[in-house]
Design a protein around this ligand. Sequence first.
Ligand SMILES: *Cc1c(COP(=O)(O)O)cnc(C)c1O
Length: 406
Amino acid sequence: MAVTLPIYMDNHATTPVDPRVLEAMLPYFTGKFGNAASRNHSFGWSAEEAVENARQQVASLINATSKEIIFTSGATESDNLMIKGIAEMFREKGNHIITQAIEHKAVLDTCKNLEKHGFEVTYLPVQRDGRVSLEDLKAAIKPTTILITIMYANNEIGVINPIAEIGKIAKERGIFLAVDGVQAVGKIPVDVQKDNIDVLAISAHKIYGPKGVGALYVRRRNPRVQLSAIIDGGGHERGMRSGTLNVPGIVGLGKACEIAQKGMPEESVKMLGLRERLRKGLEAKLDEVFINGSMEHRLPNNLNMSFAYVEGESLLMGINDIAVSSGSACTSATLEPSYVLKALGVGEDLAHTSIRFGLGRFNTQEEVDYVIDKMVQVVTKLRELSPLYEMAKEGIDISKMKWQTA
Ligand SMILES: *Cc1c(COP(=O)(O)O)cnc(C)c1O
């Protein structure tokens, strides 16, 4: 079977809407366009019913109850609301927050913002495999700690944190645990009860739902979590998030959760199969390739690999019919290596040549095989042009060489 180009393999950035999700959403743009807050007519009632059905679908996926789900504009808002909402509500109790170095910017920048408003934030380092150390976490806890916020799975390296263990530590000490669950929910089993998660951020467009809609799980029992709102208005969503609900988007998120829940056992096996085919294919045909982050504790759909002795930009240019992400971010004029890889201790050179492959529901074996062939072809060609690669092959230790400076 021939593949259609370009190939999309960047499913940690976003995913296409599943046709079943789109079909569920469509009636709510036109015939069933009511405002879910309209209490006086059937247009409002049917919108409200659809929203409540979606609430149930989201709750079911994470073993919550529907009253514990509130809808937002996406996980950036959910991350902001869970962190600022708890910080503000419980600031009398303490002003210390613990997070970690490789969180998504929606968490890191929210924490930085709170530092300007009298909060103290500890940014835990990560281990070489990209996971948080439980010993570091325990050591960072103080009498003033009110919140721990650590992501379930990382969006660049796919590494999964020991959330159940972290939840146990937080619960024993009466500290709230807020989790960015965006990359994990719908991909691996996430259970807010088992994991002792108090608040959990979810995004629709990372799980084959539409962009611009998300959810926040807010625990109601044992303990009941209260949040200060960050958006004021008509008191929607139990006062925690005002604003007319995005009914079609919410219906789409609900349907995406339902599909993910039903299909997870099969889909995770498929993802793992494709990922391992990709990894083994690349490792069999290329030397000097390095995997970033733990292979053991990793999402089934993620591979993050560095290709030594190639130039990152040339590599990306060479594979421009494949949509993937690189470990460099263009900030103004300079190419900055990813802060995530930096935190793992990956050197700048290898960070610049790293590629994040994010497999998804609609990828095929043929696509994976195309990607392997293309990567091998481009990397091999670039290395033919690399005197450093040649020297390394001849056994010269480049790190010990003295460079002539003019
Ligand atoms: C994509 C992503 C977000 C942001 O979600 P949006 O819905 O796009 O705002 C937050 N955290 C992680 C880990 C993500 O991958």
